[in-house]
Design a protein around this ligand. Structure first.
Ligand code: ACM
Ligand code: ZN
Length: 526
């Protein structure tokens, strides 16, 4: 009989069993080539042994032939050997071994590992997740816990949505009103179109102003924390739309200069930066210079989505914008947005950054320094054409918008994602995939957990495992172990991930406040 396999998500590209076993004790040493000591420490925290011992039975070796971020892992009667060509690969080898150790049989302080021979590497280099902290703010501890779970799933990009109409969430020393005005709003809960909140939580019943942002030191600490787990943090300052919080603080940024309040509703607004004024560029460049300093990575997200109501103002009401359209010899306000974004992207390029923008903000005149972040469905022919020009990050709202209800987006739907359906026929243009946790309705940690778990597991397998090795039934079985793991961590993961169930009078598209409607309880157990 073949030895059983451990449940590993994302599924390794190749995993054979070996007819042997190896027993790990508290004396077991972890031996690393110097480069991989950090990866070894990830294990030794768990094993409580030392990473610098003179001889040992768990070894981390370097082998240049292993693919980028990949690893080999062999367990037999002689011990455990992990090889990798880079630190990320060594780390992922450690992650897999840790997951195996968690599942191994334990007796009198000893853990018996079953023999295994694994050869593994990622399908995509960009394996991401986004949390929106503008609409609701979750704070450092929740972000760190999410990062821990992302690392366990070999996800490596955390996209941090730090600015939107409803609040600016990062300290600015140059523009302090971004915090003292822009990080505050009158009410915690958002109301408006599609929201059941007006029934559940009325603004007039709310007493406390909502005021949150991360200081630069807090940001630095989280960036460092993520770095240890090979997660790059990509900030998003959404421009030129979704900027009510900035305009509330600095009204001169909008066409006409008539300000607004930080928004307490959800939706799309006409408070959009004016690209006809030189001052806007000076402001944005100064602000981004501050933000760039905190995030030492290649990518920087500048939004670009849903500026359409502002476009009308640019075209019809703003002499500065009308002049800019004429001066640039363009015809449409959408192109004026590209003039604006191209200039910001040139600026960021001078700081060594590649820009990411949402796909509705990308026109035919968008420059080459943009990666297209695909969310809103477009004609597959457009996608095909655009993917010849630039790389894509795929987050179609039909599969990877985790704020949507499970009735609308069951786990299987996320798992079965296939980019060919969206017009991508050549994988080489795909950097990777990313889930989105928008927080209009996700108001707290509990609801966040409900929304993203276990869907994050499905996303991770899409991101890592080759399409030909994926199988939902098999994935679902492997998920059992991780459910126990989440239970042990007190994570409010959804137990309803396969059910089609609807809640009357609540939009299909979103979850309920505080997970009320969908919160786990015994009678709904599925
Ligand atoms: C988006 O959902 N507005 C990117
Ligand atoms: Zn204007």
């Amino acid at each position: 009989m073949k030895a059983p396999k451990y449940s590993i998500i994302p599924k390794p590209q190749r995993y054979d069993t070996v007819d042997a076993s190896f027993t790990v004790t508290s004396e077991t040493q972890v031996l690393c080539v110097p480069e991989f000591v950090e990866a070894g420490k990830f294990l030794t925290d768990y094993l409580k042994t030392k990473a610098d011992a003179s001889d040992g039975a768990i070894k981390f070796n370097k082998d240049a032939s292993v693919p980028k971020e990949g690893y080999t892992l062999r367990i037999d009667e002689n011990g455990v050997v992990i090889t990798a060509s880079d630190c990320a690969g060594a780390f992922y080898g450690a992650v897999t071994l840790k997951i195996m150790l968690m599942q191994s049989k334990k007796e009198s302080g000893k853990a018996t590992l079953l023999g295994a021979d694994i050869y593994d590497y990622p399908r995509f280099s960009y394996r991401g997740g986004m949390i929106d902290e503008s609409r609701h703010f979750f704070g450092a501890e929740t972000i760190k816990q999410t990062l821990d779970n992302m690392a366990l799933l070999k996800l490596n990009k955390f996209h941090w949505h730090l600015s939107d109409d409803q609040g600016f969430r990062i300290e600015s020393e140059k523009y302090p009103l971004l915090n003292f005005v822009g990080s505050k709003r009158k009410y915690e809960h958002l109301q408006g179109k599609d929201l059941p909140l007006s029934k559940i939580c009325k603004h007039e019943e709310e007493e406390n102003e909502y005021f949150h942002y991360y200081t630069k030191n807090e940001i630095r600490e989280i960036v460092e924390y993520a770095k240890k787990m090979h997660i790059d943090i990509i900030p998003e300052i959404d421009l030129p739309g979704h900027t009510s919080c900035m305009i509330a603080a600095y009204p001169e940024l909008v066409c006409g200069g008539e300000g607004c309040e930080v928004v307490t509703e959800n939706g799309v607004f006409k408070n959009v930066l004016c690209p006809g004024k030189e001052h806007t560029y000076e402001f944005v460049e100064n602000l981004l210079s501050e933000v760039v300093e905190l995030f030492p990575y290649k990518y920087f997200h500048i939004g670009g989505d849903e500026a359409q109501l502002g476009h009308k103002v640019w075209k019809n009401d703003c002499p500065d914008c009308q002049k800019a359209i004429e001066d640039n010899n363009i015809k449409t306000a959408a192109e004026l947005q590209s003039v604006f974004m191209n200039r910001i992207s040139d600026f960021l390029k001078s700081k060594g950054k590649t820009c990411i923008a949402w796909n509705d903000g990308i026109t035919d005149i968008a420059n080459d320094n943009f990666v297209c972040h695909y969310w809103i469905l477009r004609n597959p022919l457009w996608v095909k054409k655009e993917s010849k020009k630039r790389s894509f990050i795929l987050s179609p709202s039909t599969h990877f918008y985790f704020d949507m209800s499970y009735s609308c987006m069951p786990l299987k739907k996320t798992y079965k994602f296939n980019e060919a359906k969206f017009g991508i026929t050549d994988d080489s243009s795909v950097l990777g995939v990313e889930f989105e946790a928008w927080s209009e309705w996700i108001t707290d940690k509990e609801t966040l957990e409900f929304s993203i778990y276990p869907r994050m597991f499905a996303l991770a397998e899409v991101a890592w495992t080759k399409e030909k090795y994926k199988n939902f039934k098999d994935f679902y079985k492997r998920l059992d172990f991780f459910k126990l793991y989440m239970k042990s961590k007190n994570i409010n993961y959804s137990r309803l991930e396969k059910k089609k169930f609807g809640i009357k009078n609540v939009s299909c598209y979103h979850l309920g406040v505080k997970g009320n409607e969908y919160k786990y309880n015994e009678t709904l157990k599925g």
